[in-house]
Design a binder for this molecule. Structure first.
Ligand code: SF4
Length: 330
């Protein structure tokens, strides 16, 4: 039996944490398709950026692919929550694939803004992380006139054809504070720049960051549950650290290292938008094994956002007479 940590007493759970409405919807889409359509079911990229979720779906028979050339013509494919570029949609058409689109509606909103700005002749500056699937999808809407920036330094170096006609958009899962600095730099450089009608950083990203910021003032160390390739989880770790609290991003309870907690009396726990609550429960259990005797939740705000399934799935559900019995399971 492992020694308990002598100082550890309290676990404070941030709320909101974990699954956002876009992730719930994406996972429910896959689960529903698994029940309604014959195998094999393909998913392009990780449906959401979480190892546990992806492994569970693999066990249920889902085949994950990186690109559509790995999918046989005529098969069923689900697009991930991060969205795809028009070039991917076009390839799906050419291959006669049956597409079920799990793109989060808040990502689709950014795509529509990109299309609108491009049609109006703007140069579009997208604030985001190079190589992230969401960024690739959004840039693909108007590749000829979209410029990616990741920092204030990028803004300083940036050249566009007409500095009088510039618009900006952002990835949905960025750090609210870092993005505000980049937007301020853009406004200094391009005083006539226009932005999206409403903030592109999504409600779930903002709420989780606000909660972790408040948590950082109450605890000695923060554990963020989420996978390394999850953008919003990485941002939660950074927000905690920039607010003065040591923080670690872990996939689950097995990744906790006792040396992180050796001087901690209180440990904060939060989880990224793609991390399931079962992982939080396992982390709490591990912290209790290490000596925590009190578990409390610190809730900053309530979330009641829900998204409807995509039309192609609604159609499938309507065609199925057993619809009430087979409705999605998480
Ligand atoms: Fe949608 Fe935001 Fe969740 Fe991404 S983090 S899936 S944009 S709700």
């Amino acid at each position: 039996m492992e020694e308990k940590l002598p100082k550890l007493k309290r676990v404070v759970l941030a709320a909101p944490r974990g699954f956002c409405a876009g992730v719930v919807r994406a996972i429910e889409i896959v689960n529903t398709v698994l029940q309604l359509l014959p195998p094999p079911i393909y998913v392009r990229k990780e449906i959401v950026h979480n190892r546990f979720v992806v492994e569970r779906l693999k066990q249920r028979g889902v085949i994950f692919v990186n690109e559509l050339d790995e999918v046989p013509d005529g098969a069923t494919v689900i697009f991930s929550a991060h969205g795809v570029s028009p070039a991917v949609r076009e390839m799906a058409r050419r291959k006669n694939l049956r597409v079920i689109d799990a793109t989060c509606p808040l990502v689709t909103k950014v795509h529509l803004e990109a299309i609108r700005f491009a049609q109006q002749g703007y140069s579009i500056i997208l604030i985001g992380h190079e190589g992230h699937e969401e960024v690739e999808g959004t840039m693909g809407e108007a590749p000829h006139c979209t410029y990616l920036v990741q920092s204030v330094e990028d803004v300083e170096r940036l050249q566009v054809p007409n500095p009088e006609k510039v618009a900006y958009l952002t990835q949905t899962t960025l750090s609210v504070d870092d993005t505000a600095e980049i937007v301020a730099a853009l406004k200094r450089k391009f005083p006539k720049i226009v932005g999206p009608r409403t903030d592109d950083i999504c409600y779930a990203t903002q709420n989780r960051q606000n909660a972790v910021k408040a948590l950082a003032k109450q605890v000695d160390v923060i554990l963020v549950i989420g996978s390394q390739n999850s953008s919003n989880s990485q941002r939660l770790k950074e927000v905690a650290i920039s607010n003065g609290c040591p923080a670690y991003l872990i996939d689950g309870a097995d990744h906790i290292r006792t040396e992180w907690l050796i001087d901690a009396e209180s440990v904060g726990v939060t989880s990224g938008a793609s991390a399931p609550e079962i992982l939080v429960k396992q982390v709490i259990q591990r912290l209790q094994e290490l000596g925590a005797t009190e578990v409390v939740e610190f809730r900053l705000t309530e979330e009641r956002v829900q998204f409807a399934p995509p039309p192609e799935l609604r159609e499938l559900l309507e065609q199925n007479p057993l619809v009430d019995e087979i409705l999605p399971v998480r």
